[in-house]
Design a protein around this ligand. Structure first.
Ligand code: C5P
Length: 218
């Protein structure tokens, strides 16, 4: 409780990952990319041939996940999977595995362990509602589906990956629907979170808005 948490929740491709990382850098805080954990479970499931509806099998993978985060890179066991967990296949899989309460439960302690002095910036879907309900600052960061599809498109192009903007938009809409309609920790703005719509903001402006709220809170 005395280690402050800034919880940043919101839909995929809203820019919350970039914003959360920069806020963490500015404050010298730790950073938790909770979506990466769901992505890692999905990748592990693809590798092990565990089906998306096998809740017990996915729970076991989540419990036994051997992960390491370092300087923006991610390892699953000995293998670096920084790019592999960003593929569209893994994105869809992550949203499937995240529907299972047993999987979410299995990842709780792992997420809470990131709360270390001097503070933590956590990004995901349920940081403010479930994982860190006592967060100092709670932000629901979003942007229109069209803007998010554009941003994802640009990201993929920069990585030299191919993409189709209409497909990305469809995927974003489908993932939003799945994430907000599921019964376990659905994506929604909790009552004590403040809304930050970044459709017309630059990354720097969004970062400043979060920092301003944090300063006002402490
Ligand atoms: O944030 P990101 O797009 O990397 O998350 C991948 C998927 O993991 C999301 O579509 C969502 O279903 C799930 N997720 C979640 N709870 C979180 C973070 C991510 O359910 N805290």
């Amino acid at each position: 409780p005395d280690v402050p948490v800034i919880a940043i929740d919101g839909p995929s491709a809203s820019g919350k990952g970039t914003v959360a990382q920069r806020v963490a850098e500015r404050l010298g805080f730790h950073y938790l990319d909770s979506g990466a954990l769901y992505r890692l479970v999905a990748l592990a499931a693809l590798r092990a041939g565990v089906a998306w509806d096998d809740e017990a099998g996915l729970e076991r993978l989540a419990q036994e996940l051997k992960v390491r985060f370092d300087a923006g890179r991610v390892w699953l066991g000995d293998e670096e999977v920084t790019d592999a967990i960003r593929s569209e296949e893994v994105s869809r899989g992550a949203s499937s595995v995240a529907q299972w309460p047993a999987v979410r439960e299995a990842l709780l302690d792992r997420q809470r362990a990131f709360r270390q002095p001097p503070g933590l910036v956590a990004d995901g879907r349920d940081m403010g509602s479930v994982v860190f309900p006592d967060a100092r600052v709670k932000i629901f960061l979003t942007a229109s589906p069209e803007v998010r599809a554009q941003r994802r498109y640009k990201q993929l192009m920069e990585k030299g990956m191919s993409a189709n903007i209409q497909t990305l938009l469809q995927d974003i809409r489908a993932r939003d629907a799945r994430d907000s309609q599921r019964s376990a920790a659905p994506l929604q703005k909790c009552a004590d979170a403040s809304l930050l719509d970044t459709s017309d903001l630059t990354i720097d402006q969004a970062v400043e808005a979060v920092l301003k709220q944090y300063r006002a809170s402490s």
